[in-house]
Design a protein around this ligand. Structure first.
Ligand code: TYD
Length: 215
């Protein structure tokens, strides 16, 4: 765990329903006296939000996309995440690097080894001799079958570039998340997101309580 702060990321395919639970958790932590920063990727800083607009709207090859999401991540870490953690805050981040492995890697077929190189470069912790990189203390993965997520999405808004992808793209993205969970099981909690909002919420709270971070 981060010495002072707490870094939690939220992942899942589009339509998995992370957002309301991130807001709920922010309230729960604040109610127990913690300072909370909620943020998102790509984005979270003025520069990274500009990169987000490009990534979500402009057609580009998978390598360009990977470089842009990691460039956004670099700025986000330096300007917002690391300073907040250093102040002892709880940082709740809607998506982080697992999304790059799932979307650019598993979804678009960009080399996972190159994503790992970018991950090591961008998430290096200055002065850390052991070569440890910044990772979330916990990643909550909202696991939902791709067809159900797609049905949920058609009921909401106009799709962005990713949301407009066919079903098999999201099936690959979901398998990319599963691969990340299997590689680092201690960092992940899998939530069964094919359920009512209340049931999903109680799973989310349970995951945090199990780690002793909420009473
Ligand atoms: P999303 O988090 O779903 O936000 P919103 O709810 O506002 O649509 O949108 C972010 C999109 O960006 C999502 O489709 C996943 C994609 N993405 C990547 O492809 N790579 C990444 O590294 C990240 C962080 C996100």
């Amino acid at each position: 765990m981060t010495p002072n702060g707490l870094f939690i990321s939220f992942e899942g395919i589009d339509g998995a329903g992370k957002s309301t639970h991130i807001d709920g958790l922010a309230q729960a932590f604040r109610a127990q006296g913690r300072a909370v920063t909620t943020t998102r990727e790509p984005g979270g800083t003025p520069l990274a939000e500009k990169l987000r607009a490009l990534v979500l709207n402009d057609p580009m090859d998978a390598m360009t996309e990977a470089l842009l999401v990691f460039a956004a991540r670099r700025d986000h870490l330096k300007q917002l995440i690391e300073p907040a953690l250093a102040h002892g805050e709880v940082v709740l981040c809607d998506r982080f690097t697992d999304a790059s492995f799932a979307y650019q890697g598993a979804g678009r077929g960009f080399e996972l080894e190159l994503l790992s190189v970018l991950e090591q470069m961008v998430q290096a912790i200055p002065g850390n001799q052991a070569g440890l990189i910044r990772q979330p203390d916990l990643t909550i993965w909202f696991d939902l079958p791709a067809d159900i997520a797609a049905r949920r999405l058609t009921m909401t808004r106009a799709p962005d570039k990713f949301e407009a992808q066919p079903l098999d793209f999201f099936a690959r993205v979901a398998s990319g998340y599963l691969q990340r969970l299997r590689a680092q099981p201690e960092r992940f909690t899998r939530i069964d997101a094919d359920s009512t909002r209340e049931t999903v919420w109680s799973q989310v709270v349970q995951a945090i309580q199990n780690r002793g971070w909420l009473k």
